[in-house]
Write a protein that binds this ligand. Structure first.
Ligand code: GCO
Ligand code: MG
Length: 412
């Protein structure tokens, strides 16, 4: 099974997606997601200019060897662009191998360890009534676990708050800035950590009073706090029994989590911007986190993320794979197969893609009663409709960024 053709396909149905499509000499095709939100074209160039020429003629069965070859031979290791490119090759090869075997990918990863994957969705509102409507709409859609984000009094649009609650979760247009702003410059938002820390515990109190103690609730701090602020927030949220507090501090300083951990029993999730096991070394070995947030798409593919999650399992740390709409249906499918197979699955983030995206990517996963299942098609179960994809050319898009009241740029 030799690789005959490798194409990098860019399409922008609801937002930009980068997909690698491999075709073998026996006519099988495999897909991998290489979407790096807001920096998509760097991965396109990395793949098309530097990786595609290396793939032609290679044995598609040798996944581990290809992974090691792409990682080690480049000399310049790690980084989001490199690891997204390697991830795309890796997932496309797993898709091919599973198709060749006539099995869904999860079977090759050890078979199913569960019947389905608990998923969480994103509820948000500029104020509490709007947030409650959004929570209700997510419960109606079947979600059994819900992330809670709200506006903060005195601040304009902020991270994670949808502009149109009724459409959240089914159009792909979740927030004011989603899809990543299709504009030549990034949108500026404002931020005030003190106002946020004062406001948030009351929001969780209100949600628990309205919706009861049993529903798992999550929150994303999006890297905005210092370690001591994060420790304070974790402690303040303890009465509301969160499933997790995500990205409470900028994740590149692993040692910062020691301080947070000493002060709170609120479970911690980190890692959507990480790209190798080295980003987790201290966090895992010192048990400073409870959930690994890495996506297959940004962490070198199934091959690499499976190893990270097996390492984490030795420390009773579970998976909580990143799954916003900027992970394409190809990346989501790969995550579902991996999540079904590993022992230490925790939860899967799941935001529904828009209709145009679903027309471009034909999918076979199921969503029933708050649980995801990748389906039983051979491979990962996603096919790219090239004609549909061609209708949506790339559009310049940026994520927003934020500044404090005095104009200082803050963490995004
Ligand atoms: C999440 C994330 C996303 C990111 C986005 C950036 O927890 O889902 O924080 O909303 O902001 O993926 O590309
Ligand atoms: Mg996040």
């Amino acid at each position: 099974m030799k690789i005959d053709k490798a194409e990098v396909i860019v399409t922008s149905p609801d937002r930009n997606f980068v997909t690698l499509k491999l075709t073998t000499d026996d006519g099988l095709t495999g897909l991998g997601d290489a979407t790096l939100n807001g920096r998509e074209l760097s991965v396109v160039s990395y793949l098309a200019d530097h990786v595609v020429p290396l793939l032609i003629g290679r044995d598609a069965h040798n996944i581990e060897d290809t992974w090691q070859f792409l990682y080690r031979s480049a000399y310049w290791r790690r980084g989001p662009v490199t690891m997204a490119a390697i991830a795309a090759v890796d997932v496309a090869l797993w898709d091919l191998k599973a198709k060749a075997a006539g099995m869904p990918l999860y079977q090759l990863l050890g078979g199913a360890s569960r019947t389905g994957l608990l998923a969480y969705g994103h509820a948000s509102g500029k104020d509490i009534p709007e947030l409650f409507d959004s929570v209700r709409s997510h419960l109606d859609q079947g979600y059994r676990a819900i992330r809670i984000q709200t506006g903060v009094p005195g601040l304009r649009a902020i991270y994670g708050v949808a502009s149109n609650v009724t459409s959240a979760g089914n159009t792909g247009k979740r927030y004011d800035h989603e899809p990543a702003q299709r504009a030549p410059l990034p949108v500026e938002e404002d931020w005030d950590t003190r106002a946020y820390l004062t406001h948030l515990p009351g929001v969780f109190e209100a949600v628990r009073n309205e919706f009861g103690p049993s529903i798992p609730l999550l929150h994303d701090g999006h890297h905005r706090m210092t370690p001591i602020q994060a420790a304070k927030l974790g402690k303040a949220l303890e009465p509301y029994d969160l499933f997790w507090l995500e990205d409470c501090t900028p994740a590149e300083n692993q040692a910062a989590l020691r301080l947070v951990r000493q002060h709170t029993t609120t479970p911690l999730a980190i890692g959507e911007v990480f790209n190798t096991v080295w980003d987790y070394q201290t966090l895992i070995t010192e048990q400073l986190i409870d959930y690994v947030r890495s996506a297959v798409t940004h962490t070198g593919g199934v091959t690499a993320l499976k190893k990270i999650l097996e390492f984490a399992a030795q420390y009773q740390i579970k998976s909580g794979m990143h799954g916003p709409t900027d992970i394409s249906p190809v990346g989501m499918a790969a995550a579902m197969h991996l999540g079904l197979a590993i022992h230490n699955f925790g939860i899967q983030e799941y935001m529904k893609h828009g209709e145009a995206t679903n027309r471009v990517f034909e999918q076979s996963f199921s969503w029933n009663d708050g649980m995801l299942h990748p389906g039983d098609q051979p491979g990962i179960g996603v096919e790219l409709k090239v004609d549909e994809a061609g209708k949506y050319p790339y559009q310049t898009a940026y994520l927003p960024y934020n500044r404090l009241a005095d104009g200082t740029v803050h963490d995004w």
